[in-house]
Write a protein that binds this ligand. Sequence first.
Ligand code: CUA
Length: 400
Amino acid sequence: MPQKAPVVSACHGNSSLSGSSDQRGPSSPLPPAKQIGASLLPWLRPLVVLGLIAVAQGLAGCSGEVAPRNTHTPISSSGDISTFFYQMLLYLDIAVMAVVAAIWAYALVKFRRREGDDTLPPQNHGNMKLEVIWTAIPTLIVVGITVPMLAGVFQMSKRPDANQRIIEVDVTGKQWWWEFDYKNDTANGLQTATELHVPVNTAIVLNMTSADVIHAWWIPRLAGKRDATPGRNYPVYVTPREVGIFDGQCAELCGASHALMGTKLVVHPLAKDAEVDYQGKKVTLESYETWVQHNQADAAKPASAEIEKGAKLFSERTCPTCHIIKGQFDTAIRAPTSGPNLSHVGSRLAIAANTLVNNPENLAKWIAKPSAIKPGSKMPDLNLTPDEAKAIATYLYSLK
Ligand code: CUA
């Protein structure tokens, strides 16, 4: 049997280092021990400072209030599963880091070189016992994470049973906003933008796709992210259990205005109106059926001369080429670049993909120069005068 290279060397004791098997060789003496001990403090100082910054940052994130994009307070069972694994990994990581840091700190102090000691410490390369231990522990941790996580992934990917009410909506990502087409139930045929409205405690099937590039749908409090890819259809199954308004954000870099591609999930009560807190204000949410009936109806007819003027300008300045207004302008071209359905735009909470609060001033600002609000916006700058933009905004805001 060929002799193996000496990989494990026992403690050198006090013998002097010499001979060809010595890795350092006699011509490379160890630096004086004092130098190593003295160089420890300058290393520790920045570590302590970094640690304190990390603690301060962690504490700065603590708040009694539920932040709108907080993934720790999910509102669906799908969100519960991903939050469980997120927290499990987080606490497991902290525990592993604490153990490793403790061993590291202990070794740093206990085994640092003493003054006058020129010997090499025991070499443990190839130590079978150690190799087995530090292979087995991570393997057990990874298996312990993977098995329950796979079970969770399968649970989240399960289509809801067909013997219950299911609301199915096609969700299309566009540069840079979201379009929602309702496929069944009372909302069948409805088309909205930016805000997805669903009933509480009802199974929702969202079919994710994209009209142009890859986007990712993400309502942090609802569930995890899901890619919206052109030519593909990835479903999301969720049952929201809390009435309220929940903000979301496109989570895939999709071009110039990716950061401005927001969205909202509005979870309506089933029967009566409900009052909810949204951004520090009380907002009354009508029942889902009331919302559906209201949105299935044609857009409101102009009720004043000023609104009439805005509607005329809307038509003359070619807006209906891209935008549908049900019962008034129904001829928009359906193309990847076509804009949102504006039939009831006045009743939305936000415009321009959740970047501006919906009011006549912001609408006028948006219409006058879209690229100033969303760089790269597919909505052209029509060189409207401030008065024209104001008139069109007044008309659109009347479409409640
Ligand atoms: Cu769409 Cu990022």
